[in-house]
Write a protein that binds this ligand. Structure first.
Ligand code: ZN
Length: 278
């Protein structure tokens, strides 16, 4: 056989093999495999009318704070990081300066919850936060090498005394709108500004459970969602209303279920890590 024909035949064989192996390879790189709900804080809100001006004045309520750990075929992703792990060591938790705000405790550290699942902080490929408030960003620096996914508008929003809200040296992708995180439509950041300038929510499509929309703080508890109430602590009322409408449209379009981060009554009905959703 002439040398050129041998080379051509070899190349054809290689191409044929690649065409057989590629679909399997592509398949193994797509899709969410598991979603864990982590306990990232438990608190008591002194006066829930802060989140519903004029309604429920003086009424106290138990709050929860969730983190969501997602196992995708391409790697781990953490959505929100909860209140700082140091609060776990405080005998009476962290009392707020304003008694109407939330008194947070941390029954378990995020570090211990990840360790229980056999996940090291360096295993996490992406950390995305719904927004920059401390009950969501408390442990971002547990993942100093991990790519942070945050809206540009949130990243650049000046903090107290004009301080940056995130460490400038932390690897970051500054988003401007929605983001299909793994490129397969299974995990999508949905821009929902209003509560803060760059607030975002997360649409997760699970093979067995179906689609979930993780609220972030676009809404804090069920009755406020049902009545589309805008909290007093809020960056832009019109944006907040538009974002809630966008969430409602997304829920309808994707036949998704809304999981409200701080809603204890709802979370009490859900499985916590080490149990998981598929
Ligand atoms: Zn919050």
């Amino acid at each position: 056989m002439p040398r050129a024909r041998i080379i051509a035949a070899t190349l054809a064989l290689v191409a044929l093999c690649a065409s057989f192996t590629m679909p399997t390879h592509a398949q193994s790189r797509t899709g969410v495999q598991r979603l864990y709900i982590l306990n990232c804080g438990e608190g008591v809100a002194g006066d829930i009318s802060r989140w519903s001006p004029g309604v429920n004045e003086g009424r106290s309520m138990d709050f929860v704070d969730n983190c969501y750990l997602i196992k995708h075929a391409q790697g781990w992703m953490l959505w929100d990081t909860g209140v700082n792990d140091a609060i776990a060591a405080m005998p009476d938790g962290q009392k707020p300066a304003d008694p109407r705000a939330t008194h947070w405790k941390r029954p378990k550290t995020l570090a211990s919850e990840l360790a229980q699942l056999g996940v090291k902080p360096s295993d996490i490929k992406y950390v995305a936060v719904s927004h920059s408030h401390p009950d969501h960003t408390g442990n971002v620096e547990m993942f100093p090498q991990t790519m942070l996914l945050v809206q540009k508008a949130e990243y650049e929003w000046p903090g107290a005394n004009n301080m940056p809200r995130f460490k400038p040296e932390h690897p970051v992708t500054k988003l401007e709108g929605d983001k299909d995180v793994f490129g397969d439509g299974s995990v999508t950041i949905i821009s929902t500004p209003g509560h803060t300038p760059g607030h975002q929510s997360l649409l997760v499509k699970l093979p067995k459970t179906g689609a979930l929309l993780l609220s972030g703080d676009a809404v804090h508890f069920q009755s406020n969602w049902d009545n589309r109430r805008v909290p007093a602590i809020n960056a832009d009322q019109e944006q907040t209303r538009a974002s809630m409408q966008r969430m409602a449209d997304t829920l309808a379009k994707e036949k998704a279920t809304l999981w409200i981060n701080h809603d204890k009554a709802q979370r009490d009905t859900l499985k916590m890590a080490p149990e998981y959703y598929e």
